[in-house]
Design a protein around this ligand. Structure first.
Ligand SMILES: [Mg+2]
Length: 386
């Protein structure tokens, strides 16, 4: 059994928790500071109720609600909160998976009272961070994630053999994953509308329809999972983070902001583990069933600098032959890990940068939410987009 924790309107909720003036107001977090020339990175529930969605140009959001509160994204704050939530979750001493910046999974195999556990987790998160989480409990990761979205915000949903079918019937297929691609249309032509329609299809049907992806999807939907079989790594071979967007996006600025954020998270974990990496890996996936794009490159110099990892990701993206029109999920990881060489950097710029990162880490460690973060969320500009 898996317990999936999904933070509610994560970035926007953090901003509202920090600044009481923003509480209960329609609020958007912009991916860049220029309020009229950026995209909505996150929207508060008050804004969502008006029809404002992440990935939407801010101009459109302001047309819907001219009095909308606007805050530029401050990724350091969100990463810090995410890591603190992970620390808090470790106290239950269950196997944990850091699924994304605002999603965490717990292996609750043989847990005597999952519902009580879910309530305790919600309470502790709310008490500590003044933000809420929704929780889903189900036999595997994909269903637990789906369950966490059923009663948002601040809900708990347990999928049992008794209620699974009736829940799945109520959920339109596009809620499961981005189905606005070719596969989505294909599903519709095959008469599949609800998650139940998909769940009840035999494996050969999905395989014929979607090839290897279909088989993987079938296995994921019907798995009974625990993390118990996962090898416990003492020294990581790679460090990565990934994120599934609320819906598929084609806005380069929005996608680059996410790559920047993931790069920063990876860099921070590298530094925590006293590691540097020479190989950067970027993967982008389109809506379910459509193509994925991934690439990796190895550099001579190892790095654990978020900005450098981000720039390396852009290089990989530019070089990729497979440019996706829509992105649904993305991930950044670093491998080829080594301990940093302590020879004094030859170049003055490298030395300055190293000192800067060290100072930022110290300040962030000490002051937490007063954290320092890159002022430029993204170097995204059209010249980077092929
Ligand atoms: Mg969330």
């Amino acid at each position: 059994m898996i317990l999936h924790i999904d933070m509610d309107a994560f970035f926007a909720s953090i901003e509202q928790a920090i600044n009481p003036r923003l509480k209960n107001k329609p609020l958007i977090v912009g991916s860049r500071a220029n309020r009229l020339h950026t995209v909505v990175c996150a929207a508060s529930y008050e804004a969502k109720r008006l029809g404002i969605k992440s990935g939407m140009p801010t101009q459109e959001a302001f047309r819907i609600c001219p009095h909308l509160e606007f805050v530029p994204a401050e990724q350091g704050k969100y990463i810090w909160t995410s890591e603190q939530i992970l620390e808090l979750l470790k106290r239950w001493e269950l196997r944990l998976n850091y699924a994304s910046i605002d999603e965490f999974q717990m292996d609750i195999e043989n847990h005597p009272d999952p519902l009580k556990l879910a309530c305790d987790i919600q309470e502790r998160i709310k008490g500590t961070f003044a933000i809420t989480a929704s929780i889903g409990i189900a036999p595997n990761c994909i269903l637990a994630k789906l369950a966490s979205k059923i009663n948002k915000p601040c809900g708990i949903t347990v999928l049992t053999p008794d209620n699974l079918m009736s829940y799945l019937q109520k959920i339109p297929l596009n809620k499961l994953c981005g189905l606005n691609g070719i596969t989505g249309e294909l599903f519709v032509t095959k008469g599949m509308r609800s998650c139940l329609d998909l769940y009840q299809k035999p494996s050969y049907f999905l395989k014929n329809l979607m090839g290897k992806n279909g088989l993987t999807l079938y296995q994921a939907l019907h798995a009974t999972e625990s993390f118990a079989n996962l090898p416990k790594e003492s020294k990581p071979k790679s460090i990565g983070h990934s994120y599934t967007l609320p819906r598929a996006s084609k806005t380069p600025q929005f996608i680059m902001a996410w790559i920047r954020l993931l790069a920063e998270m990876v860099a921070r974990r590298l530094r925590e583990n006293n590691l540097e990496s020479k190989t950067t890996h970027l993967w982008l996936s389109g809506p379910l069933g459509s193509k994925n794009s991934q690439g990796q490159m190895t550099w001579q110099n190892a790095t654990n600098d978020g900005q450098e990892i981000y720039l390396r990701c852009l290089r990989i993206k530019l070089k990729s032959k497979n440019q996706l029109p829509m992105i649904r999920a993305l991930g950044v990881s670093c491998s080829n890990l080594n301990q940093p060489q302590y020879d004094s950097p030859l170049f003055l710029e490298a030395k300055r940068r190293e000192g800067l990162l060290e100072a930022i880490d110290k300040i962030n460690y000490k002051f937490g939410d007063d954290t320092i973060y890159p002022a430029i969320i993204t170097l995204a500009s059209h010249k980077h987009e092929p």
